[in-house]
Design a protein around this ligand. Structure first.
Ligand SMILES: [Zn+2]
Length: 119
């Protein structure tokens, strides 16, 4: 089965795009992760596990954690500085996961070597 992240309908595997909302459909596994994420965002306490230096680093960290099926929140400093009062000392964003994922998340992030492109 595939699922539409927009209208939450189920589709057969032969369909790739939801006709209702023109959304690309996601796999059952991604759907499960998305559901888990939506659920924990309502209920869970997120804790900070890392500070990303820039948007690229934030994306790398988020991808690595999501690959482990962890819900991830990226709270950008830039989004909280709209009032002009909050000036970030350093970093681009904080990476947060639900408290029960904290140790696993830190282990995953620790294993993220700075990846040089060796093709
Ligand atoms: Zn849809």
């Amino acid at each position: 089965m595939k699922y539409c992240p927009g209208c939450e309908e189920e589709f057969t595997d032969s369909i790739t795009v939801c006709r209702e909302c023109d959304c690309e459909l996601i796999s059952e596994q991604q759907w499960g992760a998305l559901q888990a994420k939506r659920k924990v965002e309502d209920e869970e306490v997120f804790v900070r596990v890392a500070v990303a230096g820039d948007r690229f680093e934030a994306d790398v960290m988020k991808d690595a954690l999501e690959k482990e099926s962890m819900p991830v929140l990226v709270r950008s400093f830039q989004e909280t500085s709209f009032d002009g009062i909050f000036v970030p000392q350093k970093g681009f964003a904080v990476i947060e996961v639900p408290e029960q994922f904290k140790d696993r998340a830190i282990a995953v992030l620790d294993s993220l070597a700075p990846v040089p492109y060796d093709t």
